[in-house]
Design a protein around this ligand. Sequence first.
Ligand SMILES: Nc1nc2c(c(=O)[nH]1)N[C@@H](CNc1ccc(C(=O)N[C@@H](CCC(=O)N[C@@H](CCC(=O)N[C@@H](CCC(=O)O)C(=O)O)C(=O)O)C(=O)O)cc1)CN2
Ligand code: MET
Ligand SMILES: [Zn+2]
Length: 773
Amino acid sequence: MVQATNLGFPRIGGQRETKKLVENFWAGKITEQALDEAAVKLRAENWKLQQAQGLSQIPSGDFSFYDHVLDHSVMFNVIPQRFRHLAEGHERNFAIGRGIQKPATETQEKVDIEAQEMKKWFDTNYHYIVPEFETNQTFHLSANAKTVQEFNEAKALGIHTRPVILGPLSFLLLGKAAKNSAGLDLITLLPKLLPVYEELFAQLAAAGADWVQIDEPILALDISAAVVAHFHTTYTHLTAAAPKLKFLIATYFGRIGNNVSFIKDSGVAGLHIDLVRAPEQLEHVIANIGQTQVLSLGLIDGRNIWKTNLAAALKLAETAVAALGSDRVFVAPSCSLLHAPVTLRFEKRLASKNPELFDWLAYSEEKCKEVHVIAHALNHGTDSVKAELADNARSIEARRVSSHTTNAAVRQRLEAIVPDQLRRRNVFPTRQVKQHEANPLPAFPTTTIGSFPQTKEIRLARAKFTKGEIDAAAYHDFIKKEIAFCVKEQEELKIDVLVHGEAERNDMVAYFGERLEGYIFSENGWIASYGSRCVRPPIIFGDVHRVNPMTITETVYAQSLTSKPMKGMLTGPVTCLQWSFVRDDIPRSVVCTQLALAIRDEVADLEKAGIVHIQVDEPAIREGLPLRSVDFDFYLQWAVDAFLLSTTGVKDTTIIHTHMCYSDFQDIFQAIVRMDADVLTIENSKSDMRILGAFSTHGYNAEIGPGVFDIHSPRVPSTHEMKERADAMLKYIPSRNLWINPDCGLKTRGWKEVRESLTNMVAVAEALRAASA
Ligand SMILES: Nc1nc2c(c(=O)[nH]1)N[C@@H](CNc1ccc(C(=O)N[C@@H](CCC(=O)N[C@@H](CCC(=O)N[C@@H](CCC(=O)O)C(=O)O)C(=O)O)C(=O)O)cc1)CN2
Ligand code: MET
Ligand SMILES: [Zn+2]
């Protein structure tokens, strides 16, 4: 029998219950007990929902309040020194994710601990908390290990689940050495780590588990032969130690390639592969697994919202069944459904206002059903699910022939792009002289990355506007007041290059999606991004183009309030692409070029309106990088071209800023140089200064603002610590090129901490100016 399975279900809840619970807990509105009880209910609902869709292997242990990698670290006692004195429990876990700051009281000293680093999970917009390992790292399993507890919780409901855990090699190699353990070779910790996995497996076996899913996503990366050898010894060892369990090694987001070589005689019972990202790997993998091993087929796209072409998926699955026999085949989504929204049940507006497009969609709940239909067809013949297959074929065909997905004018404009549209008139050194002459700024200019606090009031006003409780005039009036307030605050803080604050934007990508043709947007298509934060990616279903200006009114209004320069704020084409759900019927590069033309028009309009500083954010350009280095160049070519297309149609004196917030620049330095921005603001506050050294060795000569503080944490940085960072930066960056700014936008922060942090930040610039005068 082919099994219908799943790798992970979204944990946020159908209506973002988890997010709301966690934020209420942080606000002191609910107790730890209430938080736990609500989570028990949510998990039960998730399991039952998957059962109701007809899945036979349902994951457990995939729930988290903040991040599953953080939970895993805690379960194995990988807790950085600076958090160890805190009492065990949710509060400590949240502190690891968010940092913690408490003023001194009569009985307690003040607490001020920096959060652990957060990083993009492969090429997704999900962020994980990077495990920090120490040279003398000891591992032990926490009492009531979460994985065992949640398995038992499902068992008590009569649901036999497949526990999911992060595998030892991915756990180690996705981590980093703690600051006090520089030079630590992470793999050397493996012998100390494995006994704890053995203990966990023993507990799972005792609880009655049989299949256990072990995620080893690093198998989709370029890993060395030495690491592949470690996979072999590790799993040979672990499977021998846990004879009662069947291990399913899960890979996703790309092809396993030759890393598959360890599988055959490793003793593992099965392997999961992503056949959405890499359908061509099926044959190679079938040829390289052992005689009795199970192959789990990732046939349903866990990263997107389109209905699966069931006939095509079935055909691929039939190849596997023919080669392996039905007892050795599982059907599954390509990856955990963490990256897909929960259910279409709450998409009332799309269903009624846009039934044609609604018919093309499948969220997690519907994807589970698709898994079931494929497995059922394989087990009982296509006639047994005839109606479902016919219905699906009708939707797929309707989307294929729809007249709404193509726009002839857009296609023609794409055809007509010429190389001159991808370059500035002069090189940066020439532009810099003209820019400084036309628009002089103080040395070490200060700025922010764009957004200011998205307060409860702003969100409520927008929610009321969306529901029709206030009209457009009242809402726009409200936004104008917010912009005016934000400008005044920045003037008081003595910032040099101001921003309007982005109060009108629900999100930096969704906002543009809602204003471009070719997009639709959902009411409830939320997915997790980091911690309690969610995003609602807009959906690109057709050719994208701009009909009206998108940001001019707010920017021009903001500029009218101040004599200081107002920076226009746009989201770049690659980021719009990366953070949307993208149509899968034409290449991503083409969609990206369409987006670039739309942004190019907006840049031109901002310039025409007298805006001198224009920032085109590209925080997702690194995230979109393929997992295998052989694929890098192709991607970087079209991605950077798209950025150039959107930004180069301006005068020499117009200052193009771009912003990226992550620390993994190693693989894309040349691409950043080629982007040819005048000012680049990057995340740097948590990473070390070597990155800046690398910028200079790669010939980066433009202006740069490496963030002096981390905006993901509510903690207020001191002037002293930021000054130290800026001084260190000056070892690598000529002083005329250095900007002083935060790591990223301030939308998730509160005004109080923002004022304090920026006051301290401006003091850094003043100190630098005084020192260089
Ligand atoms: N797309 C995207 N990806 C990104 C980033 C980003 O800014 N955008 N930044 C980086 C970090 N990731 C982030 C992801 C999310 C958020 C974030 O702030 N998310 C908000 C939601 C933002 C949003 O869409 N807000 C809407 C809807 C807000 C809402 O929940 N409204 C309430 C009503 C109002 C209320 O009671 O608060 C409701 O609908 O029920 C709006 O402002 O209009 C959240 O989870 O809370 C921040 C950073 C990397 N990836
Ligand atoms: C995730 S990058 C954010 C850039 C955007 N301009 C902001 O400040 O929010
Ligand atoms: Zn950012």
